[in-house]
Design a protein around this ligand. Structure first.
Ligand SMILES: [Mg+2]
Length: 630
């Protein structure tokens, strides 16, 4: 290059990096060429002409810069992103014109405003704090880059999801600010949400699906484990749903399932999860319940909710459900275990035509005959197949018959007389234990009334299951029965076990105190087989301890049994309680118990449990019939 030309170029600070504008360059070079031609040997003229052209060069340069700026602005305006630049003091210094088109931000309103004003005016209140902190951090940290997501208000008040890429370019002479590039993410977020929803929800009902239920169950178990809570899973299967599909078609079947879903959800709290697992199978997760009994109460409520008729396309449909209940920590420690156990309980409920069954390890072992019995129990109660037998109890000192224990039997049309062990534990897994206990209580108190009327002063003891002991309605039910039969409360003895008290000690104590206040007698049954502490026993309002038969039967041969019985008698007496020995089968044992100071006895040596008519005859045959005091 000619040195004069090179000098001119340097003077104008043009170099090879300047964007070439070929037309301008060509014109320039032609002019230079003409200069050379016109003043071939005239250096002065040449130099002068070069000076003139430098003025044009400078104009040309300015034009190029203007062109670049326009092109830059056009690119920004056409971009789908919006660019903001905040100055060192945090004020908005630049807003790209795309802001109006893409984000509906008024650029002139923003210009010069503080960062905080922008955030307060346009950003979702829940995101504002985080965004301000990020922006401040960007401003304070040279060279920093951050990605931050937040929501921007739309003109209609709804929110759009925005991703902001922030860069601290304060030290960049061309920018001297924090650059924030905003991109509208609403569509992508919406898609993400939709994909998540599809992956975790049931298409027909919109309820959570099996995958989401599994996740939430695992989460509930972890939480319950940490805070010592009970989490329960209820599995619900509609009975005879196939008939609806077969008779009315899948369309009506689907409509029914949607209504069932709505009704289930309407019956539950927001914190509970109602899920559809497929077909006509639903599940309900109760992440926080006080006890398994409470979960059973929810099952009862759900089954009642389902039993109200449904109207599908003008048709009234009656639906019933079988529900299986399993709870952490009693029945399983993982979501899979709880689901599997709730499933076992649900099938037991189905087999037995019951609205619900609480899982019990015994269910896994039960023979079809047992499950069949469970199914017949409700009918048996209505048909009067359940009968109450009475076993006498005598005072050791006087030999006087002071009371009886009411024991339920099932006079089964096919299997004959069944003992309580065959059906009471099964009834305990269902709501049937309540009507069963009510039945025994009522029979026993009516009988007691009859004995009193006949001049016999007998107390009557009734065994209470865990479920019934923890039933807050029990005291009122007992008040009603005592009033109806006009039996004095102290003639009723309620036998409870240590383990049922320990299921929920606070609640058991509350109910026991209420029963005690009524004047009803309370006895700890099967004493010695439970695990309650002696200290705890002191706080219970009980009047009687019944030493379990397993210690009494071998009392004379087994030294350790003798020690247990002796210390139970001592302990009971120290606490001011009567001590009754169960399972007394011979005279020698009775003698031993008398020497240990035991107050009363019960067992085959005295009499086995017998129907009421037999009892009356037996009592009449006793040497000293006892006269009633009232
Ligand atoms: Mg008993």
């Amino acid at each position: 290059m000619h040195p004069v030309l090179a000098r001119q170029l340097r003077r104008l600070s043009l170099d090879r990096d300047t964007p070439p504008d070929l037309t301008s360059w060509r014109r320039f070079l032609e002019r230079v060429g003409r200069c050379y031609a016109d003043a071939d040997d005239d250096r002065y003229t040449r130099e002068r002409l070069m000076e003139l052209s430098s003025h044009e060069m400078s104009t040309l340069h300015q034009q190029l810069r203007d062109h670049d700026e326009r092109r830059f602005q056009a690119l920004l305006a056409g971009s789908s992103d919006t660019t903001l630049v905040f100055g060192a003091a945090g004020q908005v210094e630049f807003v790209s014109s795309s802001a109006t088109r893409v984000l509906h931000l008024a650029t002139d309103e923003l210009q010069g405003r503080p960062m905080l004003a922008f955030v307060q005016r346009h950003v979702h209140p829940d995101d504002a704090g985080h965004l301000m902190a990020e922006l401040q951090y960007l401003l304070d940290t040279a060279g920093r880059e951050e990605v931050v997501e937040f929501r921007l208000r739309r003109p209609d008040g709804s929110w759009r999801d925005v991703e902001g890429l922030g860069r601290n370019l304060l030290s960049d002479q061309a920018v001297r600010g924090v650059l924030l590039t905003l991109r509208d993410m609403s569509e992508r977020k919406q898609l993400e949400r939709e994909l998540t929803r599809q992956a975790f929800s049931d298409q027909l009902t919109g309820l959570p699906n099996r995958a989401l239920l599994h996740d939430r169950t695992e989460q509930a178990i972890r939480l319950a484990g940490r805070h010592g809570l009970v989490a329960a899973l209820l599995l619900l299967d509609l009975d005879r749903f196939k008939e609806v599909n077969d008779t009315l078609g899948h369309h009506h079947g689907d409509l029914l399932l949607q209504q069932v879903a709505e009704r289930l959800q309407g019956s539950m709290r927001d914190s509970d999860t109602v899920a559809r697992l497929g077909g006509d199978e639903f599940a309900v997760l109760l992440p926080k319940v006080a006890s398994v009994q409470d979960a059973a109460g929810v099952a009862d409520k759900l089954s009642a909710a389902i039993e109200a008729p449904f109207t599908v396309d003008g048709l009234t449909l009656d639906v019933e459900a079988s529900i299986g209940v399993a709870a952490y920590p009693d029945h399983g420690a993982s979501a899979n275990e709880l689901l599997q156990r709730a499933d076992v309980a649900m099938y037991a409920a189905k087999a037995a035509h019951l609205s619900y069954v609480v899982y019990d390890p015994a269910l896994d072992r039960h023979s079809p005959r047992r499950l069949g019995l469970l199914g017949q129990l409700r009918r048996a109660l209505a048909a009067g197949e359940l009968v109450v037998h009475y076993q006498p109890k005598a005072e050791v000192r006087s030999g006087r018959i002071i009371g009886v224990e009411a024991l339920v039997r099932w006079q089964h049309p096919e299997y004959g007389l069944l003992g309580p062990g065959e059906f009471v534990p099964l009834a305990e897994t269902t709501g049937l234990i309540r009507p069963l206990t009510s039945y025994v209580l009522e029979a026993a108190l009516c009988q007691c009334r009859g004995w009193l009327d006949a001049g016999r002063d007998l107390s009557v003891a009734v065994n209470l299951s865990t479920r019934c002991l923890l039933d807050l309605a029990l005291p009122d039910q007992i008040i009603g029965l005592l009033e109806d039969t006009a039996v004095a409360p102290e003639r009723l003895v309620l036998e409870i076990t240590e383990s049922s008290i320990m299921t929920d000690p606070a609640r058991a104590l509350e109910i026991l105190n209420r029963l005690h206040a009524l004047g009803v007698q309370l006895a700890i049954d099967d004493f010695g087989t439970g695990y309650s502490s002696m200290a705890y026993l002191k706080s219970l309002p009980v009047q009687e301890l019944k030493v379990d038969r397993s210690f009494v039967q071998h009392l004379r041969d087994n030294q350790s049994d003798a020690v247990i019985v002796r210390s139970t008698v001592d302990l009971g007496h120290n606490l001011g309680l009567r001590v009754v020995a169960e399972g007394v089968e011979d005279e020698a044992t009775l003698g031993e118990l008398a020497s240990l100071g035991c107050d009363s006895v019960q067992g085959y040596y005295l009499a086995k449990p017998m129907p009421e008519a037999e009892l009356v005859a037996w009592l009449a045959a006793q040497p000293q019939p006892v006269a009633a005091h009232d």
